[in-house]
Design a binder for this molecule. Sequence first.
Ligand code: HEM
Length: 885
Amino acid sequence: MPTTLLIAAASFYKRRDVAPLPPPPPPPPPSVSDVHLFIVIVTSAVLLLPALLVVRAHLTTMPMPHLRFRTLLVGHILDGRLNINERHRFYARQHALLGSAFRLLGFFGKSGAVYVKDVPGWYRKADSDRSAFAAVAPRSLLALPMGPDWAMQRRLVAPLFSTSSIDSFLPLVHAKSLELCELWRTRASCEHEVPEQDVHETLSSWSLDIFGHVACAHDFGALASAREERQSPYAAAAKVILQELTRRFLLGKLAPLQRAKTRAFKGALQLYRSTAEAILQRAAAGSSEASGSLAAKLAKCAESGGSALTPSAVADEMTGLLLAGHETSSNTATWALHLLATHPREQEQVRAEVAALDLRRASLADLYKCSLLQGVMFEALRLRPTVPLVPRLAPSRATIHGYSVAKGTRIVQNKIAICEDASLFPEPARFDPSRFGRGEYGAHGATIVAFGVGPRLCVGYRLAEAQVLSLLAHVLRDFSLSAGSTEPKEALNVTLQPLDGLLLRLTPLSAPKAASACPRCKFFCRDTLLEDEQDLRARDEEEQARRELSLAHGGWVCDFAPPRVPPSVAKRVQEFVQLRPAVLHSDELIDKKDARQVVFLQGAVPLQTKPWLFAALCDLLRKCPVWSINLGELRFSEEQCVRLGATLAASGVTHMFYECTVAGRWKDEFRGTPLPEQREARIIRRNREKHSLWRLSADCRQNVVVLSAIKNWFCPTSHACNKRWVQRNRDGYTGVDRLQCESCGAWRRLPRGVTAWRREFYCHYNTWDKYNSCSLPEEDWKREEPATGDRLRLLVDGRWRRATVRRMPTEAQWAGHKQRLQQEGEAGAAGGGAREEEEAAPPRAKRARKPVEMYKAEPCTALSRALRVQSCEDQSERKLYRMVE
Ligand code: HEM
C-alpha cells in the first residue's frame, strides 16, 4: 500500500510539469577603477592609521630620552656613560635636550616619573618618598603626609629653628667650628708639607655634634672620635641609613631582597632609636642638661598624653630630624669649601669681608650681613644642590608643560636644571658669590629652591645656614684653602655628596688663639666672651641705631605722614616690602589691612623735593621685590626722571602708572615715545591701561600680588585672560594649602590660586580677613570651608547660580548656604531638584533685587555689577566698582 501511494505521488508531480526557474544572471565584473579605489582605501587605511596614531602619540605624550636610557638601571647597564651616581647630571642633560619636562620609565616599563625643570605647584609628598622614609622614621616630619599630625609635629619642631633660638645656639655652633679648625690645624702641623685632608668626613662629624647638642642636648662625640682617628658609630650609622634610603628610592620593593644590607641598616637604625629613647628618658627624668632641648619638649608633649605624640613617635621624630639635618649641612659646607679652594681670587675677597667679623659673638644677623660669605653658600647650593631632586605626586589629572599626566604620577623637580638655566643665572657654570648681591636670585630665589618651597619648606634651614656661614667664616679666617690632587666625584645618596671624600689642602694662616671655655656650658659662649658691662651697652646702642636706620629706610612711609602711620603699621610695611613683591602707591590713603599688599606713599610730595627721600625711593626699588609702582601726579625734575628711569631698568618693576609732567614733556615721553636715553619705555605704561595690566603671568611672585590685590582695586580674576589663567591652573592645583606663621606658629590655609614663594610667612599676610591675625584661632583641618576662588552653587533670588567666593563667608552665612544646599539635595532626591526651584521662582521683573554681597556671580554681568555698586555701603568700594565699569 505505501509503495502504491509513493508511485501515485511521483506520477502527480511529473504531471504538474513545473518549469525550473532560470538561473540568476552573473554579477557584472567589477570595473577596474573600482578595484583600484578599494585597494587604495584599504592600503591607505592600513598604512596611514598607525602613522597617524604615531604622530598623535608623539604630539601628546611627553618626550622621553633615547630608548637605551628610558629605564635608568637598564641605561646604566647598557651604556657606560650613564653613571648612576651622577644621575642628577643625566637628568639635567636630558632637560637641555628635551625641554622643561620629560618622562622616564620605571621597572619593566612601568610608568616611572616625570622630571620637570620648574618649581611645581604639587606640594604633597610623593607616596614613594613616604614609603622610603617610612622604613626609617615613619612618624617623623620627613615621612608624614600633610595633615593634622604633620602640622602638629611641625608646630612643635619649628620654634627650635626660629631666629632667636638659632641665635641662642650660635655660640655653640661657633665653638664647634672652632674645634674643627683646631683639629685641622693639628693635622696640618703634623707633617713638613701641608697634607691633604678629607674635609667631608670631619665635617660630617662636626654637623652631627651640632645637631646632637641643639636638638637632643646630647654629645654624640663625633669630633672627639675624629680627633682620635676613629669613626664615630653615629656617623657610620648615618651613612648606612642614607645608603639604604637611596637603595629604596632606586629599587623600591626589591630593596629588602638584599638581606645583608637590610641587616646592617636595621642595626644602624637601632642605634639611633635607642639613643633617642635614652635621651627621652633623660629629658623625662628632668635632667638639667636635657631640659629645654627639643627632645625634652617632645617628651613633655608625649607625657601629657593629650596629643598623638607617643614616645616612639618622638624617637621617630628625632631620628628623622637627624637624617634631614646631618648630611645636608655637612655636604653644603664641603662643596662650599671646595668651591673656595678652586677659586683663589674669590677666596681672598670673602676672607677680606669676614676679617671685620667678630666671630666670637657674631649673631645670625651679623653673618647674614656678609653678602659675599652668604653668596658662597648660595653658590654652593646652586652649583651642587644638596637635595637636587624633590619628588612630588600629582594630586589629580594635570597638564604639565602642555602634556597631560595622570593622577598619582610621580613628578620630580630637578634643581640642577633650574640652577643651570642661563636665563635665570647668567653664566651659570661660573662660581660668582657676588651674583646674589646683584639680585640674581633666579625666578624663585636660589635659596628658596635649595630648601624647598611652600608648607614643606625645610624646617631647619636657618640652622643649616648658621652652621655653614659660621664654618666658612672660621675656616677662611684661619686657613688658606687649595684644591687636593684628585678632583671629587659626585654621588647622589639622597643628598649630593663627594663619592670618596673630598681632599683639600688647608694651610694655617696664623698661630692658634687661646680660647677660654665657658664654665657653665663648656663651650666658648658669647656670655663669657663679653668682656664687661660697657661692651654690652655698646652692643645695645649699636643694635638700636641699626633698628632705627632700617625703620627709616624700609619704613620710610613714616616720613611722609607721621601722625597717620602708627609705628606698628610702618613696621609691617617694612617687613612686607622687604619680603615680597609689592605695589607702590603714592596717591592713596594708607589702610592697615591693605598694607599687606600695597605700600602707599602717603603724601608723597616730599619725594620730589627732598633729594634724600628720592634716593631712598631708588634704593628701595632696587633692593626690594617691588613689582608695580604708581607715582601718580608727582612732578619730578628732568634729572630725577632720568635717574628714575635707570633705577627702574635695574629693578624688578614691570608695571608703572605715571602721570607726572614737567611742562607736559615727560608725560608723553613716559607714555611710550622712547627717548634715546629712555630705553626703559617698555616698562612705563599709561594709567588708562592699568586694568589690562593687572594680569596673571608665569611669574608666581607677581601673581601673589595680583590675586591678593582684590580688595585694593578690583577683582583681577574677573578679567577674561585671568579667568582663563585661573581655570588652567586650577586643574590639578592643590595650592599652598597651609603656611605656618613665623610668630605664633599657627597654620593658615591660603586662598586657592595664591602661591607664596617667600620663606617667612606671618598671619597678617593672609588675604583671608577671617584668619589674618595671630590672635585668631587656627582653622579646623577637617572642616571644609570654601576658599577664596572656590566655585560654588548659590541660591540667589530663588535661582541657582554658579558663583565664585570672593571673601570668606561668616559662620552664619556658611551655615545658611550649607542648609540650602542640603534642601536642594533633598528636593533633588524627591524628583524636583534645582529645576523645580528655578521654575518656582517668581518672574524676573518682579523679583526683589537682593545684592550678592559675599560672592561674585558668574558671568559677572553689567547688571550684577550695578547691583553691587548700589549695595555698597562703603564709599571707597563703590568708587572701586565704578572704576571697573
Ligand atoms: C643645607 C642644608 C639643608 C638643605 C639643602 C635642606 C633641604 C631640604 C629640602 C629640599 C627639603 C624638602 C622640601 C620639600 O619637600 O619641598 C627639606 C625638608 C626638611 N628638612 Fe632640610 N635641608 C637642610 C638642612 C636641614 C637641617 C639642618 C634640618 C634640621 C635639623 C632639616 C630638617 C628638615 C626637615 C624636618 C624636613 C621635612 C619638612 C617637612 O616635610 O615638613 N634640614 N630640607
